[in-house]
Design a protein around this ligand. Sequence first.
Ligand code: SF4
Length: 397
Amino acid sequence: MGKPFGLYVHIPFCSKLCHYCDFAKTANFNADHQKSYIESLIKQLSVWYSVIPDSRQFTSVFFGGGTPGLLTSEYTELMTLIGQRAVHDVEVTLEANPSNVTAEACEVWRSLGFNRLSVGVQSFDESGLKALTRDHSSSEAFSALQKAANTFPLSNGDLIYGWPGQTTDSWLSDLSRMVDSGVNHLSLYALTYEGQTPFARAQRRGVMQAVEDDRLAIYYDMACDFLRKAGFEHEEISNWSRPGASCRHNWLYWRGDEYIGIGAGAHGFVADGSNVGLRYSYPGDLRAFLRNEIQNSVSPKMKDIVLSTGGIVDSERNLESWLLEYVGCGLRCRDGIDINLITEKGYRLRESEVFRRGLRDGMLRMQNDRIYLSENEWFRETAWSLAVADCFVVSSI
Ligand code: SF4
């Protein structure tokens, strides 16, 4: 496999909107909207192809949403275009909801080149599904996961914890059903109350209350324990996989590798000859996207820079924000952070008292020029990443 390079494709259509969801999405669409949207994605990707050298081949592709599983053969042309710039063993993931996962749909997705299916389950508890305003049943979710596990070489399932009314028994039962389904990768997320979602508004009105952090920590510890015994490896705060079933696309994010994002609300990160590269995003406004106002937003200036230097200079991101992001991502996954990578960018390590105490108490570990945070502290990664990033000072000081 060459140097990791990813593609994220955002598909914003959902048959029903879940009240906790803060992603760019719409339930108000028809087949014409879907067709125009895919055409816009094709144009947008073609613009990127004109600035990225042919030698940069995708090692992983991720169709996220929204609900990419609402579409099947509509992806044919887009997948052909993607295939022109992909390594032979590219990992191609499609996110789907349980009601999308039929035998026929799986067959079409496989024939188009998708080799990993990620099913959004969130809970197997009927009261949990109701609390989370999901539009599928527990048995539908289990059967979708089984189909995913039987049809795709790699399969993921997602669960949410911390929903109103959840009990530890219900959480253990969710974990157990997930393991029994046969999927080889799990993502577990604490429920959050974000932005303008109905859940966040209800929380502001005092109608809903977030579960306390201590309780979330109990659910997290239960998951760590249960999944370790079930043979899963804990790769990152929210992600576990069976040996050999890591999600390549996730690692690309966690290690700070490059990826293009296309579609409404998509984010991307492209490096340049400098230290930190460019992070960018597209507006989540689907109407603007459908009016074809988005696909040329890769400005000529950026194109010129890419063509002349082989990269794109980041005018917004600085070395300090890179450091915080790199340390934050690295400390909450099993790879930790690479001290040499940071010192190459002009920093040196000056251990603080908090850092030394962390080493002494076994929360931090330094080994082979890397720093690791112990698994049971990943849940408190934010405080640790600030403390560790503070220990890297610019060399000239
Ligand atoms: S959680 Fe998934 S299905 Fe629900 S609204 Fe968000 S993107 Fe759509």
